[in-house]
Design a protein around this ligand. Structure first.
Ligand code: SF4
Length: 105
């Protein structure tokens, strides 16, 4: 009987320990993303076509927040409504040092 129960006990304990370790690591190693990336992403057309030169809208939004993107018109499916909404958002949401991200329409 013990021969049958032992593997279940060992695997159960190992599974519990590994699960606890993963939960602990996920909490301690979490990288907080800049919430402005999501806000800019929400204002893009979200076609994920890659015409901007980035692999998708989220990467383009990240590029904007990191100051890599020179012009919002790199987003071909976007229009002036999208660009104006992003510029307005960036103007009203500077970084913690008060710097406003500069990007052309
Ligand atoms: S061009 Fe615009 S819609 Fe297409 S992936 Fe880039 S940001 Fe998204």
């Amino acid at each position: 009987m013990l021969d049958i129960i032992t593997p279940f006990l060992v695997l159960g304990v190992l599974g519990g320990l590994l699960g606890f370790g993963l939960a602990f690591a996920a909490d301690k190693l979490r990288v907080e993303a800049d919430p402005r990336i999501q806000a800019v992403h929400d204002r893009l057309p979200k076609v994920d076509c890659g015409a901007c030169g980035y692999p998708g809208c989220e990467a383009f939004a990240e590029g904007i927040i990191e100051g890599e993107v020179e012009s919002l018109s790199q987003c071909k499916p976007g229009n002036k409504k999208h660009y104006a909404a992003i510029l307005e958002y960036l103007k009203n949401n500077p970084d913690e040092d008060g710097n406003i991200i500069k990007v052309n329409m």
